[in-house]
Design a binder for this molecule. Structure first.
Ligand code: AMP
Length: 278
């Protein structure tokens, strides 16, 4: 039986009675196969699975983006039930941010480039809400998607630095058959944009192939990604990156673990994807 909880008190009471270890899957709802894969990982490892559904206003740097973020709680809860989730915490904003809330968790260097530069305040919002969720749930493990690779790195850094007890586990990106990474934002794509969107993964795969063939110039790989993206008229490039896999600093030469990543706009919808090189 999946229980749906609204307040901190309800969550605390339910957790007191729950078997350990607890696995936490934080989400913003509009659940899809990517979220399901995290729930299954938790179900496979933890005695109790907790999913949070909370569209976190603090991580949206554009209010319009927050307002139009897709929501369907009834469907989300049904998906959690199908996946055998024990507890769903779907709180109103004031249960997450107590009256007078005035703390921001700001992660340093790893949160600055890429999404951090493109979306000012985004990772502060993410780190702050995840710190609250980890602290409220006290999970042994928390599951995140590799789809948001920089987010995982930011959360790992924060959990280490703040001695948060949860182990941070990154799970592989789930994709549509044509390669498009699942994302709640895909629902905003027009039919033509949806048709064009797999170009993100095609660009990443093309660059990966060059790397597998021995190319070690990061510029060459960035150029390769731009070349593929340029073939898709609906794709407006925000950034392409070939960065150090640990620091996310842009590379000249690739001689260790690296991360290829990109952000591309299709009309008003901004999509991101990445491919680790290791
Ligand atoms: P969101 O609801 O978009 O905040 O995502 C909640 C969690 O699901 C985050 O840890 C995401 O990285 C993860 N996630 C989103 N899309 C995917 C995907 N396609 N594959 C795997 N994990 C994903």
């Amino acid at each position: 039986m999946t229980r749906v909880l609204r307040t901190r008190g309800e969550l605390r009471d339910a957790l007191t009675l729950s078997a350990r270890p607890v696995g936490l899957v934080p989400t913003m709802g509009w659940l899809h196969e990517g979220h399901r894969s995290l729930m299954r990982r938790a179900r496979g490892s933890d005695a109790t699975t907790v999913v949070t559904i909370f569209v976190n206003p603090r991580q949206f740097n554009e209010t319009a983006d927050y307002a139009r973020y897709p929501r369907n709680e009834a469907r989300d809860i049904a998906i959690c039930a199908e996946e055998g989730v024990d507890l769903v915490w779907a709180p109103p904003v004031e249960e997450v941010y107590v009256p007078g809330f005035d703390t921001t968790v700001s992660v340093g260097a790893v949160g600055q480039p890429l999404e951090g530069a493109a979306r000012p305040g985004h990772f502060e919002g993410v780190a702050t809400v995840v710190a609250i969720l980890l602290s409220l749930v006290g999970a042994e493990r928390a599951y995140f998607g590799q789809k948001d690779a920089q987010q995982v790195m930011v959360i790992r850094r924060m959990a280490l630095d703040l001695s948060l007890a949860s182990e941070v586990i990154a799970c592989p990106t789930v994709r549509e058959p044509d390669g498009l990474a699942l994302s709640s934002r895909n629902v905003h794509l027009s039919a033509a944009e949806r048709g064009a969107a797999p170009v993100l993964q095609r660009a990443l795969v093309a660059a990966r192939r060059r790397w597998e063939a021995g190319e070690r110039s990061a510029d060459e790989l960035r150029t390769e990604m731009r070349r593929v993206l340029a073939g898709e008229p609906l794709a407006a490039v925000d950034y392409v990156s070939c960065a150090d896999g640990l620091t996310l600093q842009e590379l000249d030469r690739i001689d260790g673990p690296a991360l290829l990543s990109l952000a591309v706009r299709f009309g008003a919808t901004r999509l991101i994807d990445n491919e680790p090189l290791r």
